[in-house]
Design a protein around this ligand. Structure first.
Ligand SMILES: Cc1cc2nc3c(=O)[nH]c(=O)nc-3n(C[C@H](O)[C@H](O)[C@H](O)COP(=O)(O)OP(=O)(O)OC[C@H]3O[C@@H](n4cnc5c(N)ncnc54)[C@H](O)[C@@H]3O)c2cc1C
Length: 313
């Protein structure tokens, strides 16, 4: 084995793919299967929110936008280009990174829901995460990679396991490293039958811990959500789900009658800055790739490419 990757969320799988497709022998070791990670709870649209530092994030994000846009053109990846709007009740500017997205323009007055003062319309890659994670796993295995479900008790126990170890443990890095700068930001979402919604909707008016958004995924629509800092609880809460549906139905009344199909909770691995760096490790090297906050899907290809370039020279 040339490389041992810890974690099979979007960061671990994408890193595994970049290294395996470069010709290395890669094993991913994970505590939970991809479909039981934080990554599966994401919306998941390309965007650079709740993450830093801005300059490196922009670079990784550019690579991610390019990679995800290409995947959107391939069948079976779970990624599509979706149009929609981001709106606010008070006049605010679009995020600077939104300029990278195709079709960015201010909303016309009739496009704004009642009570909203400003908004932008754009197109971005959106991943249906259960499908996308399945695609990533298959692509990793087709490149010769092996995935084992087996939690690592500590980083120290991995010394000597492979010349290169990559730590993609998400929010668990807080205890595993240990790194007290990692904080969970709990996000609960509701999966509902899609009553005909074709465009995404994101409100910029956060009322912590609440934020209103919806992402269509064909027959289903993902409704959000929460940003609960410091909360480790991974069980969905019925009262939170009800409030999420009510918040989205206030924007699109068709959701009042929509059947609720499921609930998901993820713990965003927030950190003031993404940790992407290496350190010596028992004669080999240990890479850290965690702390992607609310943008892990968007940054995954950029971060993985940087590690693959360094490891492969
Ligand atoms: C509700 C919600 C909406 C979001 N929306 C978006 C969005 O629209 N766009 C976007 O880009 N991002 C979004 N995010 C953020 C994104 O989901 C995360 O940044 C990303 O999933 C982090 O991926 P990860 O692979 O680093 O961590 P995780 O997905 O948490 O994976 C960590 C992996 O490490 C493994 N692991 C942990 N400890 C150990 C151990 N001791 N031994 C072995 N394995 C271990 C776990 O089992 C898991 O496989 C959202 C998040 C949430 C919760």
């Amino acid at each position: 084995m040339d490389v041992l990757v810890i974690g099979a969320g979007v960061s671990g799988l994408t890193t595994g793919i970049c290294l395996a497709e470069a010709g290395l022998s890669v094993t991913i070791r994970t505590a939970a299967r991809p479909e039981r990670t934080t990554s599966v709870a994401a919306g998941a649209i390309w965007g650079l929110v709740r993450v830093g530092p801005p300059d490196r994030v922009l670079e990784w994000g550019r690579t991610g936008l390019d990679a995800l846009s290409k995947l959107a053109a391939e069948p079976g990846t779970g990624v599509r280009m979706v149009s929609g709007k981001e709106v606010a009740r008070t006049p605010v500017e679009p995020y600077s990174w939104a300029e990278l997205l195709p079709g960015l323009r201010p909303c016309e007055e009739p496009e704004l829901p009642g009570g909203f003062a400003a908004g932008w319309h754009y197109t971005a890659p959106v991943a249906t995460m259960p499908v996308y994670l399945g695609y990533l796993r298959t692509r990793f295995e087709q490149a010769g990679g092996t995935l084992e479900v087996s939690p690592a008790g500590s980083l120290a126990e991995l010394a000597g396991a492979a010349p290169v170890v990559v730590n993609c443990s998400g929010v668990a890095a807080r205890d595993l490293v240990p790194d007290p700068a990692v904080v969970p930001v709990r996000g609960q979402v509701v999966l509902a039958a899609n009553p005909g919604i074709e465009e995404f909707f994101i409100s910029r008016d956060e009322e912590p811990p609440w934020i209103v958004y919806m992402f269509p995924h064909g027959d289903t629509v993902l409704l959000g959500g929460t940003n609960e800092e410091g909360n480790w609880d991974q069980d969905p809460k019925a009262d939170i789900a009800e409030r999420i549906v009510a918040g989205c139905a206030a924007i699109d009344p068709r959701l009042r009658e929509a059947a609720v199909l499921g609930h998901r909770v993820g713990l965003r691995p927030c950190r003031p800055e993404v940790r992407l760096e290496s350190e010596p490790f028992d004669g080999g090297v240990l890479w850290h790739n965690y702390g992607h906050g609310g943008a892990g899907i968007s940054l995954s290809w950029g971060c993985a490419a940087q590690i693959a370039a360094a490891v492969c020279g």
